[in-house]
Design a protein around this ligand. Structure first.
Ligand code: ATP
Length: 227
């Protein structure tokens, strides 16, 4: 049965990214051992929450002696299967799709976009490092490279149909940049990334912050005024 998938990436997993980034920075600074309260200072997550997250992902350590930074990073890399190569396909070679196809960080993290697909015959003729195929070759290419994860960067109107086609070929995970909530079977993992929503959330916080700053300034002003 198909269902809407929205929040498939758990907050605890997002915090693991935060811990990993912080640990990587500390490693560069030469730090070898770390305590949950130090990591808490760095990330703003409470020590209790950090220990809970570690236990959820089976990360163990000596509470008293602290955690070994290298060991923690290794364990986190294992959570994300960094020891293996992951082949991906990308559908929709518009502005966003082509930028993503050139993003080197994916390759550095063993995530290889092996093929891209577009409905536009002109785009299929463009010579680039990663080939642009017609959608009629979707199954063939996905089977050939044993792809399990796909990136969708097609317009909203085409996204659901593309998702359905991908799932028919055996795709099990989708990162969807089209601003639409996809309906997928329960065994397919979808991460909807709506860049406009992400920006709007920053705009919301910036304006709230400005509002509360100006309220504080007014308060200060009135406090200093003698009637
Ligand atoms: P972007 O939104 O990435 O900036 P754009 O504005 O250049 O791209 P869009 O109209 O959003 O273009 O389309 C993104 C890409 O998806 C285009 O290259 C388009 O040809 C392709 N596309 C549109 N419909 C389909 C489809 N059904 N299957 C595959 N590709 C499609």
């Amino acid at each position: 049965m198909k269902r809407f998938t929205k929040h498939t990436v758990k907050n605890s997993l997002k915090r693991i990214f935060l811990y990993r980034a912080s640990l990587t920075r500390m490693k560069l600074l030469g730090v070898e051992k770390i305590y949950s309260y130090t990591l808490s200072d760095e990330t703003g997550v409470t020590p209790d929450q950090i220990r809970k997250d570690f236990s959820e992902f089976g990360i163990t350590g000596n509470k008293r002696g602290g955690y070994d930074v290298n060991d923690l990073i290794d364990k986190m890399e294992k959570i994300f299967h960094r020891n293996k190569d992951h082949n991906l396909v990308l559908i929709g070679m518009g502005n966003l799709g082509s930028a993503l196809s050139k993003y080197n960080k994916f390759v550095h993290k063993s995530m290889n976009i092996v093929a891209t697909f577009d409905i536009d015959p002109f785009k299929q003729k463009i010579r680039s490092d990663i080939p642009v195929y017609s959608l009629s070759r979707l199954k063939e290419i996905i089977d050939r490279f044993k792809v399990k994860v796909a990136i969708i960067a097609v317009p909203e109107i085409a996204a659901q149909e593309i998702a359905d086609d991908l799932i028919k070929t055996g795709i099990k995970g989708i990162i969807n940049f089209a601003p639409v909530l996809l309906k997928t079977p329960a065994d397919v993992i979808v991460n909807n990334v709506n860049l406009c929503d992400e920006l709007e959330s920053v705009i919301y916080y910036v304006h709230n912050q400005m509002k509360s700053d100006s309220a504080k300034n007014l308060e200060q002003l009135y406090k200093g005024t003698k009637y």
